[in-house]
Design a protein around this ligand. Structure first.
Ligand code: ADP
Ligand code: MG
Length: 279
């Protein structure tokens, strides 16, 4: 087994990157995959969304970037079916320091390479700004999921994102690919339909069939430190993220059974990643 690394990225904020990271990761774990989530956003929303208390965090992704010799395991926290490398506010300062560090944008890739054998999927939550952290994610990733909200300006950001991806491909990560563009915050309005049609017209089968519907349960869950599957297992949010997980497993050629062979991953729906679950 060698994990596929997927970065969830779009330089537009509020499009559902963090919501997708948390709930896709949990859905993949429910389907039997062993999943590592890496929070690379200094806002730490993914870390908080999994319910990890700040005071429980010792080493974080910042330490992995600052110290080349520190193994990923030193900053990995165990949840139920999911492992997490958390981010804290310190990461904002680390990003500024990265500018003067040799190959700083390749460090995360190298650190993660050493733990690929332990997981079937590694998911990165990426900040919404072009800079050393986004570049770190694009260098570490095999493929990208680009969430796009169903709003009027949805298409605006995609072109910038695509040219950034091209830059990385001709430079340091030639194998980077787009796994899919994901419509989020979908509702019954005409706008949602128009944005979806426009995406399909522009990107064809690179658009996920699954659309993530607007669901208030998805909004409530992170404040409770819970994934959607712990907060509202019968919601449309749960349904949509499971459907996305199935598409992702299909693209990775990981059947549910194959994913389930990993014994660590034999989880049922249990408690979220709370203090007691953190190593
Ligand atoms: N499908 C959805 N339905 C309802 N609210 C959502 C949905 N997806 C995201 N949200 C909410 O929208 C806001 C932005 O989402 P978030 O995942 O934090 O975006 P990003 O990480 O791209 O900034 C959050 O308050 C989140 O709870
Ligand atoms: Mg976010």
């Amino acid at each position: 087994m060698s994990a596929k690394v997927i970065a969830v990225t779009n330089q537009k904020g509020g499009v559902g990157k963090t919501t997708t990271t948390i709930n896709l990761a949990q859905a993949l774990a429910i389907r039997g995959a062993s999943v590592l989530v890496v929070d690379i956003d200094p806002q730490g929303n993914t870390t908080q969304g999994f319910g990890v208390p700040l005071e429980a965090i010792g080493k974080s992704v910042s330490d992995l970037i600052l110290n080349r010799d520190l193994p990923a395991d030193a900053a990995t926290y165990a949840g139920d079916g999911i492992s997490l490398i958390p981010a804290t506010r310190k990461l904002a300062e680390v990003e500024r320091e990265m500018v003067g560090m040799t190959n700083s944008e390749l460090r995360l890739a190298r650190t993660l390479k050493a733990v690929r054998e332990k997981y079937s999927v590694i998911i990165l939550d990426v900040p919404p700004t072009f800079g050393p952290l986004m570049n770190s994610a694009l260098n570490a990733a095999d493929s990208l999921i680009i969430p796009v909200d169903s709003g009027f300006y949805a298409m605006n950001g995609i072109k910038d994102m695509l040219s950034e991806i091209e830059e990385i491909k001709v430079g340091t990560n030639p194998n980077l690919s787009i796994m899919g563009i994901l419509l989020t915050l979908a509702d019954h309005t005409r706008m949602t339909g128009d944005v979806f049609d426009e995406l399909v017209a522009g990107f064809g089968d690179k658009v996920f069939v699954t659309r993530i519907r607007r669901n208030v349960k998805l909004k409530e869950a992170p404040a409770l430190g819970k994934t959607i599957f712990h907060h509202a297992p019968t919601s449309t949010g749960s349904e949509d993220y499971l459907s996305l997980a199935d598409e992702v497993l299909g693209q990775l050629n990981l059947s549910q059974n194959e994913a389930a062979q990993n014994e660590l991953a034999q989880i049922a729906l249990v408690a979220p990643m709370v203090a007691g679950g953190v190593q």
